[in-house]
Design a protein around this ligand. Structure first.
Ligand SMILES: Cc1cc2nc3c(=O)[nH]c(=O)nc-3n(C[C@H](O)[C@H](O)[C@H](O)COP(=O)(O)O)c2cc1C
Length: 216
């Protein structure tokens, strides 16, 4: 395994040159810029990110999610309240988000509280989803053990029927959160390992961002 791993190239040229201090004043604007670069580079699912949480024992947990929106409140994602991640956020609201765009050698890291959006926004997000994804959200006991013969298909069919009969039905445990980062870091990898790093820290009055370069 060691030989296999060590033969895999990482941060292979060509990667973009980046002057981190030329990035915008806020992490929101910098993220929008880099997301567009990722889209233009043809990166698949550039809106996929790792959501890291902490469980009730203080153990870190992490999984991929899809970014649903970015606005003045932060980076949005949706979860089932009763899923492990939903319960972990309910218990400890501080989370981290990580994006990696391999073709560009870029990573973005965000840390801050996840703040639940209003019931009406959660409902709107739910109703915007395709029927299959709403049915799955209603039917699934996400991350619980699936015993043989538990009837996953029949639960899905029941959920589909529920939606067909009541198209405005909203799953009561559907939550949308916005992560309002207090720290953000933009990392541009380089083949010569002279990586460029820019950290944004929210100022004490929460009005502006202090920016610092970091050692690679
Ligand atoms: C690329 C990718 C995108 C995913 N997007 C979502 C998502 O938007 N929502 C979701 O609940 N799970 C998503 N998943 C599955 C989660 O990673 C995870 O397995 C699931 O949410 C259960 O997590 P939990 O047990 O920590 O609650 C995605 C997985 C991958 C690989």
């Amino acid at each position: 395994m060691k030989d296999t791993l060590r033969q895999i190239p990482s941060l292979k040229a060509p990667l973009p040159e980046c002057d981190p201090l030329a990035l915008p004043d806020t992490p929101q604007d910098a993220f929008a810029l880099w997301l567009h670069d990722a889209l233009n580079a043809g990166i698949r699912e550039p809106h996929a990110m790792t959501l890291s949480t902490v469980d009730e024992n203080g153990w870190p947990d992490a999984r991929m999610l899809i970014l649903k929106n970015l606005d003045e409140r932060g980076w949005h994602f949706a979860v089932k309240a009763e899923s492990p991640k939903g319960r972990q956020i309910e218990n400890r609201s501080h989370v981290a988000l990580t994006f990696y765009w391999s073709a560009l050698g870029r990573q973005v890291r965000l840390r801050g509280p996840a703040i639940m959006l209003s019931d009406s926004e959660c409902a709107e997000d739910f109703l915007d989803r395709p029927v299959s994804s709403r049915a799955s959200a209603i039917a699934s006991r996400q991350s619980e053990i699936l015993e043989a013969g538990e009837g996953l298909e029949s639960r899905m069919a029941e959920a589909q029927a529920l939606i067909a009969a009541n198209p405005d039905y909203v799953s009561p445990g559907w939550r949308v959160y916005a992560v309002a980062p207090v720290v953000a870091e933009f990392w541009q990898g380089a083949s010569d390992r002279n990586h460029k790093r820019l950290r944004y820290v929210l100022s004490g009055d929460s009005a502006t961002w202090d920016r610092s370069l970091l050692w690679p």
